[in-house]
Design a protein around this ligand. Structure first.
Ligand SMILES: Cc1cc2nc3c(=O)[nH]c(=O)nc-3n(C[C@H](O)[C@H](O)[C@H](O)COP(=O)(O)OP(=O)(O)OC[C@H]3O[C@@H](n4cnc5c(N)ncnc54)[C@H](O)[C@@H]3O)c2cc1C
Ligand code: FES
Ligand code: FES
Length: 493
């Protein structure tokens, strides 16, 4: 396979070539190298959205416009994309429709957040669902942008006004030309920018990744860098060797069959969202509340598993659904039940040079029911205090089997073995018989107290969520028992 020694991306119709340094963020490239200071640095940790830029890429044969946080995205992750910033939108003195709408609807005061909002709305302007927008959809879209002056109503008004036009801005008119330019960049080469001691690498195949990682088991793998980016910007760590998974063909595939969905490790959380929602609307609702659009566009399913966080949102859901993880080292692969991957806090069952290849998630059978709930201090863009996931196998109205997993209740995402055993045989029509089984959660988990919740609070929440799941599964869900969100919209029963 050919080797390319630099990173390539488009900026305003020209190709940028970069050969490092490996930890350079896209934001620092824009502000310090190009002096394109329209893109702001607010938090430098993916929370505020002030640094939002849009990556125009070809995905599945279609042009897509993806808002991302440039503060925690490495410049190398822009390889193969057209990087669009706030400076690029206006045509001479004529503002772009989203900029004009922000002016007309009074969507800006101090202005610090405004470039980020404009770029998020620019992404929305080019989204496939722009014609069917309502205020809820706009709120979801901009959940990753914070404004401390204006309030969000005028910004939502601006979004609705701008997306009401024909969508034919100068970028839409250039999409064909952009697709050709991006295709010319898509060269199938393994990228290796730097030296053996300090590099940014982006292998193009699983075989090349496996070989490179065996040669450099001390390298840092990145999927979306939505965790690793903060090691750079907040912990000021030196990461001399970086291997990005975003160019690895077949690691970003989704195989959707009647029985299961298999996600390659590099599948973005946003791409996984609708597939998980198709398994069960609650899983889709969890993904809607997972971070923000900018984070989900970059962050990967593999990264959310491999980081081993006890408060990661997808692992408990995937464990409850019965997922199987595939790992690869060199040419050798192995599979294990996902729950077995998490050994202890900060310790996963992953050898040196071994990487997460994919995760396979069984679909629900006709007699299986699923519920999951995310409890966090803020509704949007917040890490869970408790994440509860339940799969119940029914035999008539009795529980034949149960798989329960929680996040935020132990040092790892963990199943509730004692509670599962106690639930077997219970009658869903007799709530007065559930208490002993629900109380078993206290022997399965002794949660920590931290800034997200006390131990007692977490235990109380866990018991409440199990009861809620049993009520919902046992009878027809009512307004009183429903979570807000897409389950409501889907009117699942
Ligand atoms: C603002 C913000 C909000 C967030 N909100 C949430 C949230 O609501 N819920 C949640 O769960 N998380 C949240 N996160 C955390 C983060 O987004 C997730 O953990 C994300 O899934 C990480 O994926 P990634 O691809 O970006 O991982 P990376 O940062 O690229 O990598 C994370 C770790 O996994 C390793 N790794 C990555 N891919 C592989 C692989 N294929 N094989 C082996 N190792 C690998 C890396 O070396 C690193 O150790 C948030 C983060 C931010 C910045
Ligand atoms: S600067 Fe706040 S998200 Fe990037
Ligand atoms: S206008 Fe000041 S932070 Fe949004």
């Amino acid at each position: 396979m050919p080797m390319r020694r630099d990173i390539q991306f488009m900026r305003n119709g020209r190709v940028v070539h970069l050969d490092g340094p490996p930890m350079l963020t896209l934001l620092d490239y824009l502000r310090l190298h190009e002096h394109a200071t329209g893109t702001k640095e607010g938090c430098a940790e993916g929370d505020c959205g002030a640094c939002t830029v849009v990556l125009r890429r070809v995905s599945g044969g279609e042009i897509v416009y993806q808002p991302v946080n440039s503060c925690i995205l490495l410049a190398g992750q822009a390889d193969g994309a057209d990087v669009i910033t706030v400076e690029d939108l206006a045509e001479g003195s004529a503002l772009h429709p989203v900029q004009q709408a922000m002016v007309d609807k009074h969507g800006s005061q101090c202005g610090f957040c405004t470039p980020g909002f404009v770029m998020a709305l620019f992404g929305l302007y080019h989204a496939p669902h722009r014609a069917n927008l309502d205020r809820h959809a706009v709120n979801d879209w901009i959940a990753g942008n914070l404004c401390r002056c204006t309030g969000y109503r005028p910004i939502v008004d601006a979004a609705l006004a701008a997306c009401g036009d024909d969508g034919n801005d100068k970028f839409a008119k250039q999409d064909d030309a952009a697709a050709r330019a991006l295709a010319a960049l898509d060269d199938d080469a393994d990228v290796f920018a730097g030296t053996d001691q300090r590099f940014f690498a982006a292998p193009a195949s699983i075989a090349a990744l496996a070989t490179l990682y065996q040669q450099h088991p001390d390298a840092t793998l990145i999927g979306g860098a939505t965790d690793v980016g903060l090691w750079i910007t907040k912990q000021l760590r030196d990461l001399p060797k970086i291997i990005w998974l975003g160019r690895v063909k077949d690691l970003d595939g989704i195989a959707d069959t009647d029985a299961a969905i298999t996600f390659g490790a590099a599948v973005s959380q946003e791409a996984a969202r609708r597939h998980l929602a198709a398994i069960d609307p609650d899983a889709g609702e969890m993904m809607r509340r997972f971070a923000s659009l900018q984070v989900r566009n970059a962050g990967t399913i593999g990264g959310n598993i491999a980081n081993g966080s006890p408060i990661g949102d997808t692992p408990p859901v995937l464990i409850a659904l019965g997922a199987t993880l595939m790992l690869q080292a060199g040419n050798a692969t192995r599979t294990l039940p996902l729950e077995n991957f998490f050994i202890a806090y900060g310790k996963q069952d992953r050898a040196k040079g071994e990487f997460v290849h994919s995760v396979s998630v069984p679909k629900l059978k006709p007699n299986e029911r699923f519920r999951c709930y995310k409890v966090s201090k803020r509704f949007d863009q917040d890490i869970s205090a408790v994440l509860a996931a339940f799969k119940v196998t029914l035999d008539g109205n009795r529980i034949a089997d149960a798989r329960i997993a929680f996040g935020g209740m132990a040092g790892t995402p963990k199943r509730a073995a004692a509670t599962e055993a106690a639930l077997r045989g219970l009658d869903l029509g007799k709530p007065e018989t559930w208490d002993t089984a629900i109380a078993k959660l206290d022997s399965d988990y002794q949660p920590l107290t931290d800034q997200r919740g006390s131990s007692a609070y977490r235990s109380e929440v866990a018991r409440g969520l199990l009861r809620k799941a049993l009520i919902e599964i046992g009878g027809k869900p009512t307004q009183a028992t429903r979570v807000v969100g897409i389950r409501e919209a889907a009117n699942a029963s």
